[in-house]
Design a binder for this molecule. Sequence first.
Ligand SMILES: [Zn+2]
Length: 131
Amino acid sequence: MLLYLRCLCFRNKVNAMSTCLECGDRIVGRSDKKFCNDACRNAYNNNQNKDASNLMRNINNKLRKNFRILSGFDFVDGKAKTTKQRLSNNGFDFNYFTNFKVYKNGSEYRFVYDIGYKLLDDDWILIVRNE
Ligand SMILES: [Zn+2]
């Protein structure tokens, strides 16, 4: 009996909150409808896609910038050394990399495409590039 009451209560709640996801108007008709019409559905979906595109564009820009900064170093035998501070000063964002690799010797490398870096002692950083 209690379960039955709870179900009723839940259903009432859903009905009460039946408003269009796009414009917020009350939806008349079936309680599982999410939009009042096709125009609202399209507008909503377009905005969702735009948000996803914006997010991806921002992340891609960060990755591109990180890659540009790393590739700007003078590599000798595929290696370059710098400091964390210098990378930060150049606008490098340590939160963004494309892959993370741990080698058998325990070394951890973060890669931005084909350029990787490893944190060394005293804020030094070793940058490696497959050439
Ligand atoms: Zn609407």
